[in-house]
Design a protein around this ligand. Sequence first.
Ligand SMILES: [Fe+2]
Length: 198
Amino acid sequence: MKKFEEIKFNIGELKGISKKNIEEHLKLYGGYVKNANLIFEKLEEYMSDPEKNMYVIGELHRRYGFEFNGIKNHEYYFKSLEGGAKKLPENSKLKKAIETECGTFKAWLDAFKILAMTRGVGWAVLAYDKERDQILHIWVDEQHLGQLNGVHWILALDMWEHAYIYDYSTSEKKKYVEAFFDNLNWEVIEKNFIEHNN
Ligand SMILES: [Fe+2]
């Protein structure tokens, strides 16, 4: 069975998000890699006697979406913080798509920040539905609940408390949202969009 490997991210000094918080967060990412691999190992083990282990096998399958997306979601997040803060390129295709959908870039950004303030832990996501040629917002509870079938992730903001708890109290999560955007490498986000918008 093909195993997941941890990606090493090259994240420099950030504004408003400490090295300590990033380091701890990367450890959690490593945990998803470890546990996604573990689920497969355990499945192989329990499949030696499916009749006896039917309940456990079912539950392992059920939890796979949590571990799998826990890896993928974090990879979008950490990659978008690599390379330092960078603005959207001139003649950005994504900006154009956002303006078509939301009127102005500012209107979109304001709406996304409201999405990020959704109560509970999860992800604020800008996604692209290629089939319908439409960008859309998704709130994903935990790592996987509410994920929409077949859409491509463009921008992912981790809104679990572990993403900011070393830097901000829980009542200050708005500041973390601002810090995220202060450090965002929009060139990566543009690339995520262009990959599917062709
Ligand atoms: Fe996280």
